[in-house]
Design a protein around this ligand. Structure first.
Ligand code: URA
Length: 183
């Protein structure tokens, strides 16, 4: 099977997933979107109300800011892959539980494997702690490290940037560091 077909099949299983109780409350699962050969992948926390309604990642207010930041460093949404750690919306946008993160984990692991991006951008504490380690975003934002031929880059979640002007300014300067890694 080609990588593209495998990704489509994976997204189909995500849409039909019943591995955690969130499948009972979601409208639909949100696998993520972007080219299978994307060199950069952005990983958020979990779908919100608009993502749950449309089935597309980062289409609400956080998504608008993320798109703006992506464009500010000379990229476009069409060229990157965008997804979240959880594929189903937690009720009232509460923080994902550890067991939800664990249930969903094979999906993000397989997406990273199939897309095989050069850079993985972790947006916020849930993405950072789920994918790379127990670091606080306030300590690790703007930092990156290389593992298995990939760069893991840490920054704020756009929802935090919308809430706190200081986080927005820090996220903007993190994206300038990210720009310098796009070679
Ligand atoms: N926040 C996320 O982390 N993911 C989305 O898809 C939307 C908002």
């Amino acid at each position: 099977m080609t990588r593209e077909k495998e990704l489509l099949a994976l997204h189909e299983s995500i849409r039909n997933c019943t591995l955690c109780p969130l499948h009972k409350t979601r409208t639909q699962a949100v696998p993520g979107e972007g080219p299978v050969h994307a060199r950069i992948m952005f990983i958020g926390e979990a779908p919100g109300v608009q993502e749950d309604a449309t089935g597309r990642p980062f289409v609400g207010r956080s998504g608008e800011l993320l798109t703006e930041m992506i464009e500010s460093i000379g990229l476009t949404r069409e060229r990157v892959f965008i997804t979240s750690v959880l594929k189903s919306r937690p009720p009232n946008n509460r923080t994902p539980t550890q067991s939800e993160i664990e249930a969903c984990r094979p999906y993000i692991d397989r997406q990273i494997e199939l897309i095989d991006p050069r850079i993985v951008v972790l947006l916020g504490g849930v993405a950072i702690s789920s994918i790379v380690g127990p670091w606080k975003v306030s300590d690790s934002h703007g930092d990156y490290f290389e593992a298995k031929g990939r760069i893991f880059f840490m920054t704020y979640h756009p929802a935090a940037a919308l809430r706190f002007p200081k986080a927005k300014a820090l996220m903007k300067s993190d994206f300038e560091v990210l720009r310098s890694l796009l070679v």
